[in-house]
Write a protein that binds this ligand. Sequence first.
Ligand SMILES: Cc1ncc(COP(=O)(O)O)c(C=O)c1O
Length: 377
Amino acid sequence: MLDLRRQYEPIRGELLTALEQVLDSRQFVLGEAVAGFERAAAEQLEVAHAIGCASGTDALWLALAGAGIGPGMSVVTTPFSFFASVSSILRAGATPVLADIEPATFNLNPLAAESVLDQQGQAPVRAILPVHLYGQCADWDAFTRLTRERGLMLIEDAAQAWGAEWNGVHAGALGDAAAFSFYPTKNLSAAGDAGLVTTNDSGIAERVRTLRQHGMRRRYHHDELGWNARMDGFQGAVLGVKLKYVRAWNDARRAVAGRYDALFRTAGLAERGPYPSHGVVLPREVSGARHVWHQYVIRTVRRDALREFLTARGIGSEIYYPVPLHMQEALQSLGYREGDFPEAERAAREVLALPIFPELREDEQQRVVAAIVEFLS
Ligand SMILES: Cc1ncc(COP(=O)(O)O)c(C=O)c1O
């Protein structure tokens, strides 16, 4: 599914030098390695502020809390994402309100989001939190229009979308604030847990910097309740090295995705979509988006049997995500039931992520597609 060694080996020397510098400096928490990465990250994303933190989950909480989201407020998001998209809203003290996804992109549907803004009996909605799932931005034109009309904050879960763009603007510079994850499988990844908040709003940036450090502006004077959400120096050093390569890695991912498309089409397996019947529905890049292919996710009807077939042949695959968030045990108190979000539930039954990473070779992709052809015929 993913061979991190192929990324690590060519930059091993550079990484070790950067880690040695952290050891020599003894700045193990934040410090110059993190500050240097923050500056370079902000420059690459063309955004005013980048604030390093301990994980993508912390980044989401910091972005929400930094934007003033808290108790007595609701935030609209998607049921088809990683758990943290919803749990971070709860952590900020607010209430998640879910709306269904678009079947073609798996991203939050702006019309569905609009339809839940004024529901009876919920705390007033103050923000929308779309997720750029699998590396493709949510429909930002529609979300910008909607949030401007309604005076809402717009916050990006960009955990999977380093380098993605919408109409030429980078994910991370699109909303009021954004959260990135550098979990080791991500397009830009740390050697452990790390995350980043980005924003063009200096007020939000200042608040996020304080919240990640126990609400402390002056040493041991705590102005508000924050948390320890700081980035380690080692992670800043690793990320600072990898940042120089991530554009080329994303270009390579785009080439890998293009090769999958061509192989499936040549095999006559590609269906029109958005729903599969006998073949596979291929993921697609929508107009306005620059997809960075964190995942290459097909839809197919006999998904679980296909996955077993691939596993038996030594081919990795993964299901992101098998259980939509409204059906998670830990979120039952939100009061949703099976059937509430049919698109998310159907996607959870049909999606299958195939191996994709910058160094994946064409012959390996041919093997993956040949196995799927064999299964489906
Ligand atoms: C969409 C999404 N949001 C949030 C997160 C949380 O990031 P982390 O695992 O770094 O805490 C992840 C990553 O796993 C993610 O994929």
